[in-house]
Ligand binder design. Structure first.
Ligand code: FAD
Ligand code: NAD
Length: 479
């Protein structure tokens, strides 16, 4: 192997592998170093997202949702089944197959595009040199015109609940249970806590979520968060806000969790405990002392809006830099950097990054929340439409939730869209496109939507901004 590349990418998660493929498409000689190994010790591409994050969690969310549909809701629509039961090892095996297919797919894409995949650790040295230590074999020093750092993130650990092999686990461990825990504790009612808590709750666990904050989902629109909390509690998730976990002790095959809430010290005993209190940038072993790349005060690699570090021709993308820790945000950063290296001028629009929580109903949003607009004193109008009034949602027996649109009071430009409802993850893309093109609520209102679709709820909410949604009686009578 030659030791000189146009671009070396460290990390083959979504941010790194998108960057590497785009660089190769643009004609650059590209290598991508990644050190991840699967349970059998084989090198795997795709990072957290494909191996231990987005994909396996969605495989389990979709499977467990289908189980609930079959066991609880089929009868409502006239389908009789016998007793429906869960085969957890089979569900896990299928999830692993999905992961294997996709990580193998990245490997094929690397081959097809001519990206050199290097299995092992990468460390940035001064002068755009990269020390590559393969899983087997000698350490080498490689040189590149440009280096892209994409090492991702790892779960935060907390002293009161140190991880054990299989009783106190992080999100990775929670994707591997081979049987349904009778009682499951989750520390943190954020995105991971809610998604993985939902999986195991649907499959039969009694789930208690211990959340430090008094507020539920503070990053979401207040009304959507409030409605979500009510629905999720109704599904059986025991979400306890304002709790402070003080200890977790393994006692035989159980975990005794101690926490404080408004009533004082509490103790619960659970069969498994998931710690899901956030993720932190992962930079261990990544940088030599003299490489010149700086960290910010929270440990993220410091970059500007174009993902450039303090060292010329060295960039950083994905979870390791500021901004939301989301796969699609990292993918767009990776592509932007590749195209900028090639002399093009793309930008990432950080004002239009969609967020999704894949519970059922799903929660999805883009742009500003109503509480943010209130705080900034911006005048706005609101249009909202409930799925309970959507013909398609009624036909599908899936009517929980609302679409809410916030638009500038003067210009009508869409400032934020918040959806709690079926397929919110798909519907939010329409809002992102509208915002990318600076659409007004009226633009959406004037657009024709197919009938009957869930998307019509977005159309009606847009009409509602001006007070003339058709399928609900408008309180504000405007022209
Ligand atoms: P990563 O995916 O973490 O990849 C970094 C890679 O770099 C890893 O393979 C790592 O081994 C490698 N690496 C690190 N340092 C080195 C080094 N020095 N040398 C060589 N290799 C190195 N996001 C969403 O948008 N949607 C979701 O539905 C979603 N679900 C999630 C569910 C779970 C349970 C979790 C944990 C996360 C989820 N996320 C989701 C977040 C998403 O996984 C991350 O935002 C995304 O993976 C970040 O991509 P990345 O490329 O920056 O880093
Ligand atoms: P998070 O920030 O979403 O939630 C962590 C929660 O834990 C917060 O509500 C926080 O207040 C709480 N918390 C923190 N310390 C605590 C403590 N000591 N005791 C009790 N509660 C405590 O983080 P996460 O759920 O771990 O997810 C990590 C990252 O992965 C997120 O940034 C998220 O964007 C990403 N992710 C995204 C998706 C998705 O896009 N659907 C899914 C999973 C993960």
């Amino acid at each position: 192997m030659s030791d000189m590349f146009d671009v070396i990418v460290i990390g083959a998660g979504p941010a790194g592998y998108h960057a590497a493929i785009r660089c190769a498409q643009l004609g650059m000689k590209t290598a991508c170093i990644d050190k991840s190994l699967d349970d059998d010790g084989n090198a795997v591409l795709g990072g957290t997202c494909l191996n231990w994050g987005c994909i396996p969690s969605k495989a389990l969310l979709d499977a467990s949702h289908k189980f609930v549909e079959a066991s609880e809701h089929f009868a409502e629509i006239g389908i009789k089944t016998g007793k429906v039961s869960v085969d957890v090892p089979a569900m896990m095996a299928r999830k692993d197959q999905v992961v294997k297919g996709l990580t193998g797919g990245v490997s094929s894409l690397f081959q097809g595009n001519g990206v050199t995949a290097l299995a092992g650790s990468g460390k940035l040295l001064a002068g755009r040199q990269v020390e590559f230590t393969p899983h087997t074999g000698e350490t080498q020093v490689l040189k590149a015109e440009h280096v892209i750092l994409a090492p991702g993130s790892v779960p935060v650990e907390i002293p009161p609940a140190p991880l054990t092999d299989d009783l106190i686990v992080d999100s990775t461990g929670a994707l591997e249970f081979q049987e349904v825990p009778k009682k499951l504790g989750v520390i943190g009612a954020g995105v991971i806590g809610l998604e993985l808590g939902s999986v195991w709750n649907r499959l039969g666990s009694e789930v208690v979520l211990l959340e430090a904050l008094e507020e539920f989902l503070p990053m979401a629109d207040e009304r959507i968060a409030r409605d979500s909390l009510k629905i999720m509690r109704g599904q059986g998730l025991d979400i306890r806000l304002g709790t402070r976990v003080t200890g977790a002790e393994v006692m035989g095959k159980k975990v005794k969790v101690t926490f404080q809430d408004k009533d004082g010290e509490q103790v619960i005993e659970v069969d498994k405990l998931i710690v899901a209190v956030g993720r932190r940038p992962y930079t261990e072993g990544l940088l030599s002392r003299d490489c010149g790349v700086n960290l910010d005060e929270r440990g993220f690699l410091y970059v500007n809006d174009l993902c450039a570090t303090d060292v010329p021709n060295v960039y950083a993308v994905g979870d390791v830099v500021r901004g939301p820790m989301l796969a699609h945000k990292g993918m767009e950063e990776g592509i932007m950097v590749a195209e900028r290296i090639a002399g093009q001028k793309p930008l990432v629009n950080y004002d239009a990054v969609p967020s999704v929580i894949y519970t059922h109903p799903e929660v999805a949003w883009v742009g500003q929340t109503e509480q943010q607009l209130k705080a900034s004193g911006e005048a706005y109008n609101v249009g909202a439409f409930p799925f309970a009034a959507s013909g398609r949602a009624l036909a599908a027996n899936d009517t929980q939730g609302t679409v809410k649109i916030l638009a500038d009071a003067e210009t009508d430009r869409i400032l934020g869209v918040h959806i709690l409802g079926p397929q919110a993850s798909e519907l939010i893309a329409q809002a992102v496109i509208a915002m990318e093109f600076d659409a007004s609520a009226d633009d959406l209102g004037l657009t024709m939507f197919a009938h009957p679709t869930l998307s019509e709820a977005l159309h009606e909410a847009a009409l509602g901004v001006a007070g003339h949604a058709i399928h609900m009686v408008n309180r504000k009578k405007r022209q």
